[in-house]
Design a protein. Structure first.
Ligand code: KG4
Ligand code: ZN
Length: 365
């Protein structure tokens, strides 16, 4: 791809309960044009970014109902498409769509819609891994990764330094990755049972809080003490980078059964202590892996990265260990299509990774 050549990507995300379409103007290369300087990176201008959340529809069921999600995506996609095309000046070069992981019926609605659009506009279609979208969402903040012009002060040069540790914490996944660059990375570990977000959602349900539980637990935890209850820190001392949150969830369940209380102060303490346990495990494993692999940065992303206690704890610990802390803007942590456009552009530049245009609910990172 030629330098300074803009590519306009229209991206579609329907893997779970958010219908989203974005249009990004993408430019830049993977490597620095200035020899001897750290690798810079691509730049993204957001021309449109529409997200339609289905939370209210799924809330009465306490979680996402796949067929309801499908119905809503089918209804929302044409509405969002109209919105993103309004006032658009640039022609579209590529269509990108999430092909997995996610709920299969939901994924197919996005894929079918993208296929029709690609045919109509006569443009190539790029399949995107949803988790790569989360991992690269930080690139939407231009100061996180820019070309490092030789005349810039050190502090103004590209913010991320490699190797980096990526911690992806979402509703369906908890993954720790070692990144050598934007295109070369390896999974170090992941959850062996529930994902961190899933544990937040399930504990919230036990506390009779609405779906999605993460933000509700965070709110309630503010009024409680994180030291009130000593919940387990699963797999903290194991010498691997896997996680397990199912046992922690069960401990909370037993605690609630034993103590039976509806008092707000009691529930706040449970929320704060549970949150502290999850934050402790995620932080310690991320920092430990960064030390082992001599990483220079930690990238925190995925829906659970919206949690301020998690964000602040990892940031503090990273900075104490001379690591740069990188995270997307809050609105790009939860599901959106802009991050799908970013991942599509990175794969377009690297030419290494391509995905089949078919729904794969268990697609691996
Ligand atoms: O990344 P995401 O939007 O969707 C998936 O790909 O799964 O993540 C959604 C998850 C939900 O489990 C939600 O409860 C959790 O992220 N979440 C949070 C917070 N905001 C969202 N968890 C803890 N604290 C939050 N503030
Ligand atoms: Zn997600």
């Amino acid at each position: 791809m030629k330098k300074n050549n803009y590519k306009t990507i229209l991206s579609i995300e329907t893997s779970c309960d958010e219908t989203a379409i974005a249009i990004l103007k993408c430019s830049g290369e993977l490597n620095s044009p200035w020899p001897g300087r750290p690798a810079g990176g691509p730049n993204f201008e957001i021309l449109a970014n529409e997200v339609s959340s289905q939370i209210k529809i799924h809330r009465p069921f306490g979680g996402v109902v796949p067929n309801l999600a499908k119905r809503e995506h089918i209804k929302n996609l044409p509405i969002l498409l109209k919105k993103v095309f309004k006032n658009l000046q640039s022609p579209i070069d590529y269509i990108a769509v999430t092909v997995g992981p996610g709920l299969e019926p939901a994924l197919w609605t996005g894929i079918n819609f993208a296929q029709d659009l690609a045919k109509k506009l006569k443009k190539p279609l790029i399949g995107v891994n949803h988790m790569e979208g989360h991992l690269f969402a930080f690139l939407l903040k231009s100061e996180n990764l820019q070309f490092s012009k030789p005349n810039l002060q050190k502090s103004q040069r590209s913010k991320i330094s490699f190797p980096a540790i990526g911690l992806v914490v979402s509703g369906g996944h908890t993954i720790i990755i070692k990144m050598q660059s934007l295109t070369k990375w390896k999974k170090l570990g992941e959850t062996v049972d529930d994902a961190a977000g899933e544990a937040f959602d399930k504990v919230a349900k036990m506390l009779e809080l609405p779906y999605p539980g993460g933000p509700e637990i965070e709110k309630l935890a503010k009024q409680g003490s994180p030291k009130a209850i000593d919940f387990p820190r699963p797999m903290l001392n194991q010498k691997n980078y896997n996680f397990s949150f199912s046992g922690l969830k069960t401990s909370v369940l037993y605690y609630l059964k034993k103590h039976k209380s509806n008092k707000k102060a009691f529930k706040s303490d449970v929320a704060a202590s549970f949150q502290r346990s999850v934050v402790d495990v995620l932080t310690k494993k991320a920092i430990r892996s960064a030390m082992e692999f001599k990483a220079k940065s930690i990238v925190l992303c995925g829906g659970v990265a919206c949690n301020k206690t998690l964000r602040e704890t990892i940031k503090k610990n990273a900075e104490e260990n001379d690591l740069k802390f990188i995270a997307p803007e809050f609105k790009f942590n939860t599901d959106n299509a802009a991050m799908i456009g970013v991942a599509a552009y990175i794969n377009l530049l690297s030419k290494k990774r391509t995905y089949k245009i078919e729904a794969d609910s268990n697609l691996n990172l």
